[in-house]
Design a protein. Structure first.
Length: 158
């Protein structure tokens, strides 16, 4: 059974709890997509997200994302931090730490500042690990004592 995203957002308060109530949470509020629940569309959370069900479309979490071992994600995924133990089909970006557990199966490109992969995990796609490209360019320009237009723009944005 598939649910309309608009209806899901109206009902999210039923699935939302304070992080102190949930053992997998790291901050603020945690939204849990339980086993047996399927969501299709664009899913955006300002807090942490735990998925044990299925999500198709686009998944964005401002906090941490935890994908359980039986979860299935067919989406473009973006999170501040992510721990993946289930299946992800689609590109995955973690702004900070990405942990890939031994039971994980990822098919898509992966970008993260820091990566941890347990033995047995499956990953098919390209990986880009480290600071974003613009930060790297600015660092190299500063080392050489030069200021490129890109470096000046990045400094102005900081």
């Amino acid at each position: 059974m598939w649910y309309d995203t608009a209806i899901i957002f109206q009902a999210l308060s039923m699935f939302t709890q304070k992080s102190s109530d949930h053992p997998l949470s790291g901050s603020g509020v945690t939204t849990v997509i339980a086993k047996g629940v399927k969501i299709e569309g664009e899913f955006i959370s300002q807090g942490d997200v735990v998925i044990d069900g299925e999500v198709h479309g686009v998944l964005t979490a401002a906090g941490s994302l935890t994908v359980g071992p039986e979860a299935i994600i067919k989406a473009t995924v973006t999170a501040a931090e992510a721990t993946i133990a289930g299946r992800v089909e689609g590109n995955l970006m973690a702004h900070k730490l990405l942990e890939i557990k031994s039971s994980a199966q990822i098919s898509g490109d992966v970008k993260a500042e820091t990566l941890s992969i347990e033995a047995g995990a499956r990953l098919q796609g390209q990986m880009r690990i480290g600071p974003p490209a613009e930060q790297t360019i600015v660092a190299h320009e500063k080392e050489r004592g030069r200021s490129s237009a890109k470096a000046m723009l990045a400094e102005g944005a900081s």
